[in-house]
Design a protein around this ligand. Structure first.
Ligand SMILES: Cc1ncc(COP(=O)(O)O)c(C=O)c1O
Length: 383
């Protein structure tokens, strides 16, 4: 194994901009098309939607507002409830709050770490309007089960696919299962624009509503007479940002393969270290896109808890990140009036014992090797 030099720092995730990014951005700047009008916005929307097996895409400033726009496009608001996993990034819950609806929480499944589909039905009430499955770390939720519930109770599905660009469930792409899906292109995502987001849909009416609300409710077809019938938002993505996005989509399959390769290396190198738990393997016909390489530590078997391991990695120049704290534990959610009572043991186990390892698409094999060596050696030290 090759050791990392002591002065080398491995960040948890560096963006990889290895295609036409500079060329397209330069073109946007040189031609003066730097606002939200411009060919890169349209091309990025079209190509990312097509990559995700959807007809329509609406590019916006980030993934959080993509989720808000998705809710607006479906007309979800005051007095409605939306079911979300408690184990998610807070943006999923905040977006529901922005819409005026209430997030309702469901625990995670202990193997997939996605929403536990066996616990959704008990949370459905007459106020429930939608289920928001979140494909955690790039692993698709059990969409068959979610679709069956949505059909039974006439609910919308809004996929929070922020972490799952190009993931597959039984041969179908993330984002293509729902009435509308939201993606993030934050700097650590498999496809990035630094900051950015998109909603995608196959429904023309929903697409039009998303375009309408995104652009301060200017009429889509009428004259720009500055008459506005609804409260709108400026959620537009600039052509400069979309130029980066287009270059990234052109490389989407390469970047996806790199993330999957990273994950396989971590799993191989750590396979025989006791007490290291990974997210479950994808089922037949499914593909996880391994956004972040997350491990959960069993402190009894590993001999150290996750905080000790994180500190050890930090001393050796390895950056890590903690996992999400459950929505039911958030003061903001309690203050908003969400029901935060009940038990969420899987989420709490993940928060308590898990963390991310470096995961960028451009990570080198010898870097993963060295990180795993540190984890392995630290285990041996307690024996
Ligand atoms: C599951 C999930 N939803 C939503 C978001 C929000 O995306 P953004 O940071 O682009 O606003 C993120 C971002 O990391 C996320 O992981």
């Amino acid at each position: 194994m090759i050791d990392i030099a002591m002065d080398k720092f491995i960040p948890v995730c560096e963006p990889l901009l290895a295609g036409n990014e500079l060329k397209y951005v330069t073109e946007a700047v040189e031609t003066g098309w730097i606002s939200s009008s411009g060919k890169f916005v349209t091309q990025f929307e079209g190509q990312f939607a097509a990559y995700s097996d959807c007809k329509f895409g609406v590019a916006v400033c980030n993934g959080t507002i993509a989720l808000h726009l998705a809710l607006l496009a479906l007309g979800i608001g005051k007095d409605d409830e939306v079911i979300i996993p408690t184990f998610t990034m807070i943006a999923s819950a905040f977006a529901v709050c922005y819409s005026g609806a209430k997030p309702v929480f469901v625990d995670a499944d202990k193997d997939t770490w996605n929403i536990d589909v066996t616990k959704i039905e008990e949370k459905i009430t007459p106020k429930t309007k939608a289920i928001m499955p979140v494909h955690i770390f790039g692993k698709m939720c059990d969409m068959d089960a979610i679709k069956a519930l949505a059909d039974k109770y006439h609910l919308y599905i809004i996929e929070d696919a922020a972490e799952a660009h190009g993931a597959l469930y039984k041969g179908k792409k993330a984002g293509s299962f729902s009435d509308i899906a939201a993606f993030s292109f934050f700097a650590n995502k498999n496809i990035t624009t630094g900051e950015g987001g998109m909603v995608i849909t196959n429904n023309k009416e929903v697409y039009d509503r998303a375009r309408y609300f995104k652009n301060v409710c200017f009429p889509l077809d009428g004259p720009r007479n500055y008459q506005h019938d609804d409260i709108g938002y400026n959620y537009r993505m600039s052509n400069v940002v979309a130029a980066i996005g287009l270059a990234q989509v052109e490389k989407a399959d390469d970047y996806r393969a790199m993330r999957i390769r990273n994950h396989e290396l971590y799993k191989n190198y750590l396979a025989d270290v006791p007490g290291i738990i990974f997210q479950s393997e994808p089922e037949e016909g499914c593909m996880d896109v391994c956004w972040m390489n997350t491990i959960v530590i069993d402190p009894v078997k590993y001999g150290h808890n996750k905080d000790e391991l994180i500190a050890h990695l930090k001393e050796n120049g390895i950056d890590t990140r903690l996992l999400f704290t459950g929505m039911h534990k958030q003061k903001a959610m309690k203050d908003f009036g969400c029901d935060c009572s009940g038990e969420y043991p899987v989420c709490e186990w993940l928060t308590e014992n898990g963390f991310y390892l470096p995961s960028g698409s451009g990570l080198k094999i010898n870097e993963i090797d060295s990180i795993c060596k540190l984890i392995r050696d630290f285990y041996s030290r307690h024996i």
